[in-house]
Design a protein around this ligand. Structure first.
Ligand code: ATP
Length: 258
């Protein structure tokens, strides 16, 4: 379905969002009247240089930080704090080292007193989805970076969030693992019909994964362009050297350097 289809529900609406940080020296505008939206089941990426405010938007959507002005909502509800309706995956590994892979995945369910049998059903499902069935009893320190991020994704999904917020989740991984994780994430998105907001510095990753992307610039942090990625160009690594792919990539690079 085209993202411009007006019948598609807007899961996230960001309305004139601004954020300033006051330091000893200055008041700094990290986000300047940002408007954006994410449709249900859509994969949207924020791409831009370091410091343009990508993580600030994500933290506000996660409810980990307040906006200075403007608003953000999920399914029509104003975002006022963290909630189980949003699953977050960060770049740094955030698993609990004292819990096994399965217990990490079940963590949010245990907090909500989901019965043991139901918890196991859910963790079984997500262990399978992220290809870690044989690692259920393993502890995080025995896992590779890619495996840790697969557990983090499974843990986020186990709570049945309405959407996933992912802040450079693959940035610390080697190229091969990163490519594998991109494929896995796209499969998960299809399987779970997930709505995803993804952050990356990597323009090729953004084009490969996204239905739509917002290009950001800094000082002040703002969105300078919204780009829809044609369906036929997504999810196909072979097209990386094709003319249309290079054209979109150049459009983004030119924007970032202008
Ligand atoms: N708590 C804070 N206090 C002061 N300034 C902050 C704070 N958090 C973020 N900033 C500043 O706000 C700007 C936006 O930061 P943010 O982390 O959102 O950028 P980013 O685009 O995600 O960067 P990166 O890609 O490096 O993670 C940066 O200049 C950063 O230094």
């Amino acid at each position: 379905m085209s993202t411009s289809d007006k019948t598609r529900n807007r899961k996230i609406i960001v309305n004139s969002l601004s954020k300033s940080y006051v330091t000893k020296k200055e008041s700094f505008l990290a986000l300047d009247h940002v408007n954006a939206h994410i449709y249900e089941n859509e994969f949207v990426t924020l791409v831009g240089p370091s410091g343009c405010g990508k993580s600030t938007i994500l933290r506000i959507l996660a409810g980990l930080e307040d906006a200075s002005s403007g608003s953000a909502s999920i399914s029509g509800r104003e975002i006022e704090g963290p909630g189980a309706d949003r699953g977050v995956v960060f770049q740094s590994y955030t698993l609990f080292p004292w819990l096994s892979v399965r217990d990490n995945i079940e963590f949010g369910l245990s907090l909500r007193n989901v019965p043991r049998k139901k918890r196991k059903e859910i963790s079984d499902k997500y262990l399978e989805l992220v290809n870690l069935v044989n690692f259920a009893d393993t502890y995080p320190k025995q896992l590779s970076g890619g495996m840790k991020q697969r557990v983090a994704i499974a843990r986020a999904l186990a709570n049945s969030p309405e959407m996933l917020l992912m802040d450079e989740p693959f940035a610390a991984l080697d190229a091969q693992t990163r490519g594998d994780m991109q494929e896995l994430l796209l499969n998960i998105q299809k399987h779970e019909k997930a709505t995803i907001l993804f952050i990356t510095h990597d323009i090729e990753e953004a084009i490969f994964l996204s239905e739509r992307l917002y290009v950001m610039k800094s000082r002040p942090g703002r969105i300078v362009r919204e780009i829809e990625i044609p369906m036929e160009m997504r999810q196909n690594k072979e097209l990386k050297d094709s003319e249309p792919f290079i054209k979109i990539k150049k459009e983004i690079v030119d924007l970032l350097h202008s």
